[in-house]
Design a protein around this ligand. Structure first.
Ligand SMILES: N=CN[C@@H](CCC(=O)O)C(=O)O
Ligand SMILES: [Zn+2]
Length: 415
């Protein structure tokens, strides 16, 4: 006998996933979804789904009662594991200090590195679990988390170990990325540090099997394109799929590097050119835009429309980190609409199915199609438009991860 985990029925609007065009949504009016063994078993009109899967037979029957039902949000770019407090830098930026000034004075990433090296693993784990709870209550069911606040072999491995432990313990699916090349440690030369990343850190990460992706901060004054290429090629040889922080503060060619290496994603892209956009489309790299970062930096936003018009599977992420302290994909989608002029449907696709593509997830994640993991949101609102429309408000009423209710009314409920 199959185990009918859940039936969610009576949705005013059930979002199945992107329609053929990639920019519009396939939705069902008065929709329902049935979950068997943690996966979507059926999706369609309530009358059809409940005929085959009667809610009375389910472990959990949820009457959406005229609300919207969506796929769980996928956040494909965060630095969600850290220690310390950098709220004073937020205030300093408001007084005119730049992100680069702060980093050059030993603040920013380097300050978080000092804080992470000082605390024990249990503190790191409890910090991350707390952030995952907040993300989950805001509808995120899959999140990528990078290392990169260790900048030495021991601490990078500690971070990846904690990320793995958090994934084992928490209902959010956590995808681990190694980012030893996040900054040049204090007192070190960039080339010399790249040698360490390539010769020591990557082999250690490979031998522990603790990361899936390898990312690099390819940026003026941080790692050049040749240095980034060395890191990413060594990562690839160790089985780590490349990702690139590209053209965030200046244009130096990180996007072309991502295209050349067939990276899973190129992220930030505030200064991407038309040639860069063509290159990501031709090479199948997923562009990940981080509007929360532009918001916090007071920078110009990336040109989302140009990526969409070129046919790219545009993704958005929170970039949650001490410099961009937002856990909320809903806020990222609101900025996507208001500041980058995407439609609410494009923003939702960017934060669900396309975000899953940026993490190389081909299991239907980010959709409610048959066979996909049953990560389901029931909003406290009638349509997906309310996610960006009610900016600053958490409209996620209930969250199911793998078919189990794990958050309700803004709080987690899992055991
Ligand atoms: N730009 C590099 N890394 C992060 C910021 C990390 C930090 O400031 O701690 C980003 O993606 O925005
Ligand atoms: Zn980042």
């Amino acid at each position: 006998m199959t185990d009918l985990d859940a039936v969610v029925h009576g949705a005013n609007e059930l979002v199945v996933g992107p329609a053929e065009s990639g920019r519009e949504l396939e939705t069902v009016e008065d929709g329902a979804v049935a979950v068997v063994d943690g996966e979507i078993a059926a999706v369609g009109p309530t009358a059809d789904v409940t005929r085959e899967y009667p809610p009375a037979n389910a472990d959990r029957a949820i009457d959406a009662d005229g609300r919207a039902v969506l796929p769980g949000f996928v956040d494909p770019h965060t630095h969600g594991l850290f220690a310390g407090d950098r709220s004073d830098e937020f205030a300093a930026k408001l007084r005119g200090k730049s992100y680069q000034d702060i980093l050059a004075e030993g603040g920013g990433i380097l300050r978080t590195v000092r804080a992470v090296r000082e605390v024990d693993d249990e503190t790191l784990l409890s910090n991350l679990l707390g952030h995952l709870d907040t993300m989950l209550a805001h509808g995120t069911t899959t999140v990528e988390v990078k290392s990169g606040y260790g900048l030495d072999t021991e601490t990078e491995l500690r971070m990846l170990d904690v990320i793995g432990r958090a994934d084992d313990r928490h209902p959010v699916d956590v995808v681990p990325t190694f980012m030893g090349a996040h900054a040049v440690p204090e007192g070190r030369d960039a080339d010399d540090y790249v040698d360490e990343v390539v010769e020591e850190q990557i082999p250690a990460v490979e031998s522990q099997g603790v990361a899936e992706f390898c990312d690099v901060f390819c940026e003026e004054g941080v790692f050049s394109v040749p240095q980034s290429r060395r890191v990413l090629e060594a990562g690839e040889a160790a089985g780590l799929t490349p990702k690139v922080h590209a053209e965030e503060l200046a244009h130096i060619g990180g996007t072309q590097l991502a295209a050349e290496l067939g990276a899973a994603s190129a992220d930030h892209l505030l200064h991407a050119t038309d040639e860069d956009i063509d290159a990501v489309v031709e090479s199948g790299v997923t562009p990940v835009l981080l509007p929360g970062t532009a918001f916090g930096l007071g920078a110009d936003y990336a040109d989302a429309e140009a990526f969409l018009d070129a046919g790219a599977p545009l993704a958005v992420a929170t970039d949650f980190n001490p410099n961009c302290h937002s856990h909320s994909m809903g806020f990222a989608m609101a900025l996507s609409c208001v500041e980058m002029r995407t439609t609410p449907a494009e923003a939702l696709i960017a934060g669900t199915r396309n975000a899953a593509l940026a993490l190389d997830r081909e299991d239907g994640r980010g959709t409610l199609r048959e066979g996909a993991p049953a990560d389901i949101l029931v909003l406290d609102a009638p349509t997906h438009v309310h996610v960006p429309y009610q900016y600053g408000t958490n409209v996620v009423g209930r969250v199911l991860a793998d078919g189990r209710v794990v958050a309700e009314g803004g709080s987690t409920t899992y055991e």
